[in-house]
Design a binder for this molecule. Structure first.
Ligand SMILES: Nc1nc2c([nH]c(=O)n2[C@H]2C[C@H](O)[C@@H](COP(=O)(O)OP(=O)(O)OP(=O)(O)O)O2)c(=O)[nH]1
Length: 154
């Protein structure tokens, strides 16, 4: 027989129970550019932006109509002036994190082959670091679970 507890549990598990408020998803692609010494490029988020001062992987938002790889190739060109190709982008991991009123889904690729010398178009600092050094760098919360994976892979 159903007691009060079972009734309230089954009500809350009902597929037609009231939906929670819908949150927009923010799809972002980023690259771990790996140099010949196994170091990875990180750049500092500029003043005036959310999370200013934190170190992040180059990349950015996927615009409507773009594939994640197209967006990443575009961002690498715009931000760093380097060119790469889809065949040089190896998907490695992803991260999911609430970001303000949105849910960030961050797709991370490893890229070992590009043409050009990475130079940031805006004046923010960048540096090449070993994955293990990232554990002591201030990085966005979404990036933190990805460091151990890079440490194991690179
Ligand atoms: N590129 C990049 N973005 C990251 C990382 N980690 C992380 O949480 N993000 C977040 C920060 C931003 O909210 C979003 C990236 O969007 P974006 O770079 O296109 O946008 P933004 O906030 O810098 O500025 P804007 O272009 O809207 O002016 O993803 C990361 O490692 N690399």
């Amino acid at each position: 027989m159903m007691d009060a507890l079972s009734v309230s549990q089954s009500a809350s598990n009902r597929p037609d129970s009231a939906p929670t408020a819908e949150r927009a998803r923010l799809l972002v692609t980023a690259a771990a550019l790996v140099d010949a010494d196994g170091r990875i490029l990180v750049q500092q988020r500029p003043e005036g932006k959310p999370m200013a001062g934190l170190w992040e992987f180059p990349g950015g938002k996927v615009e409507p109509g773009e594939t994640p790889e197209e967006a990443l190739i575009r961002e690498l060109k715009e931000e760093l002036g380097i060119s790469t190709h889809k065949s040089c982008l190896a998907p490695v991991t992803f991260a999911s994190e609430p970001l303000g009123d949105r849910d960030l889904l961050l797709l991370l690729y490893i890229c070992r082959k590009w043409t050009g010398v990475p130079r940031l178009h805006h004046a923010s600092p960048m540096q090449w670091v070993r994955p293990a050094e990232m554990f002591s760098l201030p990085m966005p919360p979404a990036d933190l679970p990805m460091i151990g994976i890079l440490d194991a892979l690179v």
